[in-house]
Every structure is written in structure tokens, then in C-alpha cells.
Write a protein that binds this ligand. Structure first.
Ligand code: IMP
Ligand code: MG
Length: 191
């Protein structure tokens, strides 16, 4: 274990179990939506688009999509809100172009954590402009006490208190994304 880790908040086993359940739930709901459109969810191409918000969502999204036994495609967007050695959101900004082909598709926005809500608000407003068939939001972690933007959270893995966490994709200053558990850092790990 890295010396700067204070304690494990959510273990890799708890994460795996929860992410598998979320994948099952999402594919059941999306398959139903595709059937309501009059299509076969196992066959019809490109009705469902998963949009991981990078960089934080990459680990979560990689596990989540493998728990979804249905036809889907991926589009990536990059948003930054915590430049460098910061644990306070500086407001979200797009760092990549939005995929241009979301009209009439079921879009699922995936993020590692829902904090103030500025990231999901920004991306979901931009996606709405393309008139998708639906937009769902899916996050591994939710800090409900920190919300300053109105955002619907359709799928959440765990609600956590207002504490800065890293691991399983979440970083501090670019590090710790590779940790398999969600952990809290010791105070001296923060510059
Ligand atoms: P929001 O835009 O304020 O909702 O923040 C969402 C983004 O902030 C997430 O995608 C994370 O990258 C980052 N973030 C929020 N809380 C944490 C945390 O506790 N650890 C690491 N990153 C966080
Ligand atoms: Mg992030």
C-alpha cells in the first residue's frame, strides 16, 4: 500500500459487485428503451451511445460497459475541472470536441464522481442541443452535500460524505488513478 494512503473507503470487491449490478440495470433499462423504439437491442446498430467523461471515468466505464450484454458504442469526451494540485472545482471546461452524431440516440453520460454538478450540467446541456432520444447520467460516486448545480443522477454507485477521495480512476494532481480501491489520502499527501 502506498504510504500516503490513509484508509480504504470502498474496496475493490465492493466496487466490482456494485458496478456489475449497475451494468445489468443499465442494460435492462436501455434494452427496454430500444425495444420501445421498435428495434432489437441485441441487433440494431448504434441506438445506444455510452459517453465516458475523461479522464476520471475511464476505469469505471471500462468495467461498466463489460457488464452490459447489449449492442452499444462509445464516444469519449474530455472535461477538466480540477487543474493541478486542487481539490476544489474551478468550474468545468470542455477539453475535446463533443461527438457530433448523438441525435436520436440513447446517450448515457458516465462520470467517476458527481460533486458540484458542473461537469454533468455542462456536458448534458451540450448533448441536449443535438436532440438525442434520451440522456441518462451514471456516476460511480455521489457527494450529494456538495451540489451547486441542478443535475439529475439516474444511476449512482455509492453516496459518500464530503471528503476528497482517489483511486479507481479518481486522481489528485494526476496520480492515484491506478489504485483498485477508493481511498482517502493522509493530509500530508496534499501539496
Ligand atoms: P463536479 O463538476 O464538481 O461535479 O466535479 C466532477 C469532477 O470533479 C469529477 O469528474 C472528478 O474528476 C472531480 N472530483 C470531484 N470530487 C473528487 C474527489 O473527491 N476526488 C477526485 N476527483 C474529484
Ligand atoms: Mg474528472
Amino acid at each position: 500500500m502506498l504510504p500516503e494512503i490513509d484508509r480504504i473507503l470502498i474496496s475493490r470487491d465492493e466496487i466490482n459487485e456494485r458496478v456489475s449490478a449497475m451494468g445489468k440495470q443499465l442494460s435492462a433499462d436501455l434494452s427496454e428503451a430500444v425495444r420501445e423504439d421498435g428495434h432489437d437491442p441485441l441487433a440494431h446498430p448504434d441506438r445506444v451511445v455510452m459517453v465516458p467523461i475523461l479522464t476520471g471515468a475511464m476505469v469505471f466505464a471500462a468495467d461498466l460497459i463489460r457488464a452490459m450484454p447489449m449492442k452499444l458504442s462509445l464516444r469519449l469526451v474530455t472535461v477538466s475541472s480540477y487543474p493541478g494540485q486542487s481539490t476544489e472545482s474551478k468550474g468545468a471546461a470542455m477539453r475535446s470536441a463533443l461527438p457530433p452524431d448523438l441525435a436520436d440516440r440513447h446517450v448515457v453520460l458516465i462520470d467517476d464522481i458527481l460533486d458540484t454538478g458542473s461537469t454533468l450540467r455542462l456536458v448534458s446541456d451540450l448533448v441536449s442541443e443535438q436532440s438525442p432520444a434520451s440522456i441518462r447520467t451514471c456516476v460511480l460516486l455521489d457527494k450529494p452535500d456538495r451540489r451547486t448545480h441542478d443535475v439529475a443522477c439516474d444511476y449512482r454507485g455509492f453516496s459518500i460524505p464530503d471528503e476528497f477521495v482517489v483511486g479507481y480512476g479518481l486522481d489528485y494532481d494526476g496520480f492515484y488513478r491506478n489504485l483498485p480501491d477508493i481511498v482517502a489520502l493522509k493530509p500530508d499527501a496534499f501539496a
